[in-house]
Write a protein of this length. Structure first.
Length: 240
């Protein structure tokens, strides 16, 4: 028992050291970059966008209800077509349902491809499934095929997804947007309407980042830094 407690305490100390070191390094680097570019402090949207990364390792540690509610509240404060609010968020905590969703999201393939070191989807204490609600859009604008230029219900669900993820990072959590799904399986697991009026856009596992993911996280940060396109390669002024 003594050895177990000693080992556990040591793990917590190492983890705390890692978190403190990573946070300090990030804040210093971020602060310098923000100053160089004339941007706001590290708590700004600019810093938050640069901090966010896909995460493939979570702890099973529960998310406090107050934090979870705040993140969900943030997610619904996004634009939508004609303020139809044509999206829904299905929050899954049940362990059995999370495992079923993990299979529908091909969790095992991430391990095979070396993108994760654990069953990160089913381990995350919460999975949020953002859904596009076509019916809610059509209640205001009529049949989608006749009244729209783009499938706004999908776009609006994307807005909510991004807000959810950014808020998660702002509140000390991590999250990933996983769009490779077996749609039919997800719809069946969550009892979505059979008329396909509610469409699962992705699954978003959310929780506290696992220290075991640090190596892969660092690799992703370097890769993003190398591969991110320059502003002048994406932004066009006045014409294409």
């Amino acid at each position: 028992m003594t050895n177990y407690l000693s080992t556990t305490l040591q793990e917590y100390k190492l983890e705390a050291y890692y978190v403190q070191t990573e946070l300090a390094t990030y804040l210093l680097a971020s602060n310098d970059k923000m100053k160089e570019k004339g941007l706001a402090s590290q708590s700004s949207i600019s810093a938050l966008l640069r901090k966010r990364r896909q995460v493939y390792g979570f702890k099973a540690r529960p998310i406090p209800e107050k934090v979870l509610t705040t993140v969900l509240e943030d997610a619904i404060h996004v634009p939508s077509a004609g303020f139809t609010q044509d999206f829904d968020l299905i929050v899954v905590k049940n362990a059995v349902t999370r495992k079923r969703l993990a299979r529908a999201a091909r969790e095992s393939e991430y391990l095979k491809l070396g993108m994760s070191k654990s069953n990160f989807i089913s381990t995350a204490p919460v999975i949020v499934v953002p859904c596009a609600n076509k019916k809610r859009y059509e209640e205001k604008y009529g049949t989608g095929e006749d009244s729209r230029r783009l499938p706004w219900w999908l776009i609006d669900a994307g807005f909510a997804s991004l807000a959810l993820i950014l808020s998660a990072f702002e509140h000390g959590l991590a999250a990933s947007f996983l769009g490779a799904l077996a749609d039919g399986q997800v719809a069946g697991i969550l009892d979505l309407p059979e008329d396909h009026s509610v469409i699962p856009v992705a699954i978003i596992p959310m929780g506290y980042k696992n220290v075991e993911d640090k190596e892969l996280w660092d690799e992703r940060v370097k890769k993003v830094g190398r591969n991110r396109r320059r502003l002048d390669n994406i932004v066009h002024w006045d014409r294409w």
